[in-house]
Design a protein around this ligand. Structure first.
Ligand SMILES: [Zn+2]
Length: 202
């Protein structure tokens, strides 16, 4: 997770958000717009068809990746799509209250959080305390990997292992069996940055 220079000032960024929201309200969004009637209908309640646990990476927005509209996806995003108490609570809410039939854990090519966990594991690179806590969630997923692989291949395998690790951890939870009985499914996925393709790990 190398620091990138800010592309604009905070004020400019805030202005961009305000302008984007104004375009959205005026029905001139550059991204798929939503009718006012749909918003009014959704205000009464949500019934998303899938819950997606993804990474915070700005290049992997689930709604755009899956061309999904408002009310369709219940999304949790955290760096490295890791699990933790709040994340698990959110997933449990999705399972027991929203009853989304599908759960997806989606990692992505070139994940900075996974890369940082690899750097910490194999090169002793240290990070800020709270980033370190985040990376500790990724470490168990890296255990079976061959650290002598070329870095790009190692990262690719680590991303997939991190997804599989989260999937297995969720499946091992007591309520998972009940969820399966209710016809719910949990799948892992990896998003490819260049092609935009999502590869489901079935
Ligand atoms: Zn990421």
């Amino acid at each position: 997770m190398t620091a990138a220079a800010a592309s604009c000032s905070a004020d400019e960024a805030l202005q961009r958000l305000k302008e984007g929201n104004a375009r959205f309200i005026a029905g001139q969004a550059r991204f798929p717009t939503v009718q006012k009637e749909v918003l009014a209908d959704l205000a009464k309640g949500q019934q998303p068809y899938a819950t997606v646990l993804g990474c915070s990476d700005s290049r992997v927005p689930p709604e755009l990746v899956f061309d999904a509209s408002f009310g369709e996806l219940f999304v949790v995003r955290v760096a490295g799509n890791v699990l933790g108490p709040s994340i698990l609570g959110t997933l449990q809410y999705a399972g027991s209250h929203l009853n989304t039939p599908l759960f997806v854990v989606m990692g992505h090519q070139g994940c900075g959080a996974v890369e940082a966990a690899l750097a910490s594991r194999y090169r002793g690179v240290s990070h800020g305390a709270r980033i370190q806590v985040l990376l500790e969630n990724i470490q168990p997923a890296l255990e079976g990997l061959d650290g002598s692989q070329p870095p790009e291949l190692l990262l690719e395998r680590a991303v997939e292992a991190n997804v599989r690790h989260a999937v297995e951890a969720i499946q091992a939870m007591p309520e998972a069996a009940d969820a399966r009985e209710r016809g719910m499914r949990l799948v892992g996925a990896v998003y490819h940055l260049e092609s935009g393709r999502v590869r489901f790990l079935e």
